[in-house]
Design a protein around this ligand. Structure first.
Ligand code: TXA
Ligand code: MG
Length: 333
């Protein structure tokens, strides 16, 4: 296990206070942090990511008690959800307090906040004291990092001087985002916490976004995308799809399959070369997904495979976040 020392936490907090950028692990994915109250630091953050400035970022807090510093009012649903799921992989969209910078909110009247549970994220937030704005620590549109080494492939040391190398994110996909600023709690992004878990606590189902819901541009069609085109294929279609690709080039594809106990449904062929399997349980699958997508993308480029084929995952509420990320990764434009 990678260890983060108290000295590194202190150095990271000092860097943030000086307006610098620090990457750190959370229980979902690695975040790229900046002082959410420092406009220059925020500009540096957007520039580093290559992210359009109208895309709002999530403010991370050490403790739910700090929510009132960022929200001008705390809706009842926010209180209930925070009590149930914080610290943890849930982001709440609440009405913004007057002092919150426009660059944090993308000029909207709301702000996204979350209290992460990862011990390194928590230690950093406690040492820093204020809110840390942290998008996923990848360049805009790329796959979110779940390892310190992934972050290093995205940003050089001049841009991000410190990457805290902690225990890998347990969840593996980004937080669930619920907008509680309107009349009904609305799911803006599926994530580590399922709609059923939210509904159980709220006593009503979360609504799907409508045209008037706040924009969550992380929900852009193409996102979380490898460089190699990715296709989702049913287990049944996989052998045929591989055969078709092999007629077109001598390397068919790299495969990401699911495996229940025992064997994967489809073994591949010699020419599919790189294959990886993820377990057919959602926690294990989500935990490994981004790491495997990065590894298969590297492999596909090394062997000039034209495609990454991903065996489709089950339907059902608990697979929603994984299906969502796979479908976005598969969008070609
Ligand atoms: O798990 C996570 O949420 C990770 C870790 C680092 O905490 N962060 C993350 O940040 O995924 P990012 O920037 O990659 O995605 C944040 C999403 C974007 O889709 C953004 O549009 C949405 O949150 N968002 C942030 N503030 C918002 C607001 N006020 N209204 C609507 N959407 C908002
Ligand atoms: Mg992101």
């Amino acid at each position: 296990m990678a260890m983060v020392t108290a000295d590194e936490i202190a150095r990271a907090a000092a860097l943030l206070r000086a307006g610098g950028l620090v990457a750190f692990p959370t229980e979902t994915v690695y975040g790229l942090g900046a002082d959410a109250a420092n406009e220059d630091a925020m500009r540096r953050l957007f520039a580093a990511k290559g992210r359009p400035t109208d895309h709002p970022v999530i403010v991370h807090l050490a403790d739910a008690a700090q929510l009132s510093e960022w929200a001008r009012s705390v809706p009842e649903a926010a209180r209930v959800l925070a009590a149930a799921f914080w610290p943890g992989p849930l982001t709440l969209i609440v009405p913004r307090a007057a002092a919150v910078l426009d660059i944090v909110t993308g000029g909207q009247d709301t702000v996204g906040v979350r209290v992460p549970s990862h011990p390194v994220a928590h230690a950093l937030l406690v040492a820093f004291g204020g809110g840390i704005a942290a998008p996923s620590a990848n360049r805009f549109g790329h796959i979110s990092p779940t390892r310190a080494a992934h972050v290093r492939t995205e940003f050089d040391e001049a841009t991000v001087p410190l990457v805290l190398d902690g225990e890998p994110p347990e969840i593996g996909v980004e937080s669930t985002i619920v907008d509680v600023s309107g009349p009904r709690p609305t799911l803006l992004r599926p994530g580590g916490i399922t709609p059923a878990q939210l509904a159980a606590v709220l006593g009503e189902p979360v609504a799907d976004p409508t045209a008037s819901s706040p924009r969550a541009p992380g929900t852009l069609a193409r996102h979380y995308a490898p460089r190699t085109p990715l296709e989702i294929v049913s287990a049944k279609e996989l052998p045929r799809r591989v055969a078709v690709l092999l007629r077109q080039s001598n390397v068919g594809a790299v495969l990401l399959r699911t495996v229940s106990i025992g064997k994967p449904a489809y073994q591949g062929t010699a020419q599919t070369l790189a294959t990886a399997t993820l377990p057919l349980d959602v926690a294990g699958y989500a935990h490994g997904l981004y790491q495997y997508l990065r590894a298969l993308d590297d492999e596909a480029r090394a062997i000039h495979a034209p495609r990454i084929l991903v065996e489709d995952v089950p339907n059902g509420d608990e697979w929603l976040a994984v299906r969502d990320r796979l479908r976005r990764a598969a969008q070609s434009s």
